[in-house]
Design a protein around this ligand. Sequence first.
Ligand code: VGL
Ligand code: ZN
Length: 201
Amino acid sequence: MKALIVVDLQNDFVPGGSLAVPRGDEIIPLVNKIQEKFDLVVATQDWHPKNHLSFASNHPGKQIFDVIMLNGLEQVLWPDHCLQGEKGALLVKGFDDRRVEAIFRKGTDPSIDSYSGFFDNGRKKSTGLADYLGGRGVRQVYVCGLAAEFCVLYTALDAIELGFETYYLEDATRSLSQEGFKQAREQILQRGGKLLRSEEL
Ligand code: VGL
Ligand code: ZN
């Protein structure tokens, strides 16, 4: 069983959104097209309460993109994004979600961030995605979406660690920075994942 995980393809992460990934919207038609190659399609959704401590706005005196220590973990401070139920948090317009069988929401605990679709950044709480995929007999996981060096990367790294054969779809993602994308691809290879382009599917 092969599953496609569409990570955080949400309005706030495409141009016009509050944490826009440059050219993030370019992947929408590609993500639509490749779904037919998979037995199962699931999605993740970044889903923050207003008081989330990853928001710079909740740390007076701090700036967006400052890095702080938050409960023992390094935390980048982001602009407010993906507020629960608001437009920025909705799956992006144009994304064909008809075949998406389940959506896993993350980042709901105000005290900890959650880049991976599987666990929070402290690996304390699971979203249930691993059990869901296991229960559906999935062995191969293909990861796409936004942003390449954050939520897509950490979702893929957890998938590798959980024992899934893991493919990082390098043309069905976009990054906040070029350097971040390069480092993400290196980490995937170092940890035993594979890089794949969608035409190889
Ligand atoms: C993401 C930063 C903060 C992502 C989510 O989806 O990559 N990045 N929250
Ligand atoms: Zn977030």
